[in-house]
Design a protein around this ligand. Structure first.
Ligand SMILES: O[C@H]1[C@H](O)[C@@H](O)[C@H](O)[C@@H](O)[C@H]1O
Ligand SMILES: [Fe+2]
Ligand SMILES: [Fe+2]
Length: 300
């Protein structure tokens, strides 16, 4: 499929880069894994959800193989299941809870709007980033019966490359020993089937809501800038954006985009709070953004 991506607002590389770097490091020191007394992404501490989250990762790490990902990308890349608008999809998501998430019990639409609104407050002029916040998790509709009701391990959780060695920074790394790819010499070296610096676009990531939503956005010809698509596609790739693992797979464009993903991640994570959003009052604003960057109906 070939089409030209129009970029209405392209992040200006040089001027933004330093601004972001500053903001990012300021905020890191401010939050440092904790916000308002709440700790996030603690996979070992005692929490009510610890056991079920661990069981989630056991299944995820066991079943996400290179062949599985290839099949899913081909199958779901057809986008022949549903036609609906972006907002309809937000509403559809409301019934699901993410079993991989130790921090979130709210319906998904709350999380989407909390993320988007928190970004909007700090970056009022980057409307593409507000919309990215709103839609980044929409791929979780894969859990819905009309999308084959995929199991949670094929939809949510952190993501990682398949086709090369699994990195130790993946949460609950130990369960990769159950993955058949671990016994495949072709897939178990550092580079595996990839070349150094080949670019993430050429890397197969474990299958889930990130890559699916990327395919939906791209194939429906969104006009979001490349940084927006990158955020959607790799926001669950914590081994890279939190731990710096697998960075040898990145190319120059990935490195630029990663700066925006760092900005985004702070809001994805730390807006998981009890601040309630009045959906009806913010809806007109988001509908106008959807109209700006997407067709009225999308193929899913
Ligand atoms: O939306 C999901 C969810 O919050 C998961 O708990 C996390 O592991 C993923 O990275 C994220 O994309
Ligand atoms: Fe997500
Ligand atoms: Fe999210």
């Amino acid at each position: 499929m070939s089409f030209v991506l129009r970029l209405p607002i392209t992040p200006k590389k040089t001027s933004y880069a330093s601004k972001i770097a500053h903001l990012y490091f300021d905020e890191i020191t401010k939050f440092h894994g904790e916000s308002f007394g709440q700790t996030f992404r603690d996979y070992n501490g005692e929490s009510q959800r610890k056991a079920s989250v661990e069981e989630f990762y056991r299944l995820n790490h066991t079943h996400q193989t290179f062949d599985f990902v290839k099949r899913m990308r081909e199958e779901y890349g057809k986008l022949d299941r549903v036609e609906m608008s972006v907002w309809e999809c937000c509403e559809l998501l409301n019934e699901f809870v993410d079993e991989s998430d130790p921090d979130l019990d709210e319906p998904q639409i709350e999380h989407l709007l909390q993320t988007a609104e928190a970004i909007r407050k700090d970056y009022p002029d980057e409307d593409w980033l507000h919309l990215t916040g709103l839609i980044h998790d929409l791929g979780k509709v894969l859990l819905h019966p009309s999308f084959g009701q995929l199991p949670q391990w094929a939809v949510v959780g952190d993501t990682f490359p398949v086709g090369c060695a699994f990195d130790q920074s993946n949460v609950h790394y130990k369960y990769f020993k159950e993955n058949p790819d671990s016994a495949n010499p072709e897939y178990s070296t550092k580079l595996g089937v990839y070349a150094e610096g080949c670019g993430l676009n050429n890397v197969m990531m474990s299958w889930g809501h990130d890559d699916y939503m990327y395919l939906v956005a791209k194939k429906n010809k969104t006009t979001l800038p490349s940084a927006g698509l990158f955020i959607i596609r790799y926001h669950s790739f914590y081994p890279l954006h939190k731990s710096g693992a697998y960075s040898f797979l990145m190319n120059e464009e990935d490195k630029e985009n990663l700066k925006w993903l760092h900005v985004f991640n702070k809001y994805d994570l730390y807006s998981k709070s009890k601040v309630r959003i009045d959906v009806e009052s913010v809806k007109p604003y988001y509908l106008s953004l959807i109209e700006k960057y997407f067709p009225a109906k999308l193929k899913w």
